[in-house]
Ligand binder design. Structure first.
Ligand code: SF4
Length: 181
């Protein structure tokens, strides 16, 4: 893939703990993942341009990624006391979001040759304009991998990246797709 060593160094410099080459041809956009967004457990459903039902349809996603030939999975793994350690989970999630923003900016956020899928809803603005006004930064916003229909654990497994690091760890995963490899 495109200069994996350089991308891997950029990922580490951005703060990620792990990364792996991503085979775009293995990405599967699944309705059952989309359905989880509306299962009552996520408060961002119907409240952000980056989330269902506002974000791109599965068919649009499949069509869109056809233009990308390689990718990189990036991960931030944090320490938690247990599955109920909400503060630890939130802290690791915030670190991951910051790492993601740093790397995307370095890759030139908004550039059409890079497609980024994050973890969690877009938080570029303090308050999302959805549904009253158009997105303020359509070229800079990001949808989560799940909102796009990707089962993150499967994407990791398919690309030889660990997903579960044990009971005292939490992993957040995002990815970048590239048009030129
Ligand atoms: S850039 Fe702002 S308006 Fe657009 S999806 Fe993100 S938070 Fe919402």
């Amino acid at each position: 893939m495109r200069d994996y060593e350089k991308l891997s160094k950029l990922a580490r410099d951005s703060g990620f703990t792990h990364c792996a080459p991503l085979d775009v041809s293995k990405l599967e956009f699944l309705q059952e993942v989309r359905d989880m967004c509306n299962a009552g457990q996520c408060d961002r459903y119907g409240r952000s341009w980056s989330c269902p039902p506002a974000c791109a349809s599965l068919e649009e996603m499949r069509e869109h990624v056809r233009g990308y030939s390689c990718g990189l999975l990036v991960q931030t793994v944090g320490d938690i006391e247990d599955n109920y350690d909400w503060d630890g989970i939130m802290a690791a999630g915030a670190r991951h979001k910051a790492n993601f923003g740093r790397m995307w900016d370095a890759l030139e956020r908004g550039c059409s040759t890079v497609f980024a899928m994050g973890a969690g809803a877009c938080k570029l603005c303090e308050s999302c304009t959805y549904p009253d006004a158009p997105c303020r930064f359509p070229d800079r916003m990001s949808a989560s991998m799940e909102a796009c229909g990707l089962l993150v654990s499967k994407v990791c497994t398919d690309n030889n990246l660990k997903y579960n690091y044990g009971p005292s760890k939490i992993a957040f995963t995002s990815c970048f797709l590239f048009k030129e490899c």
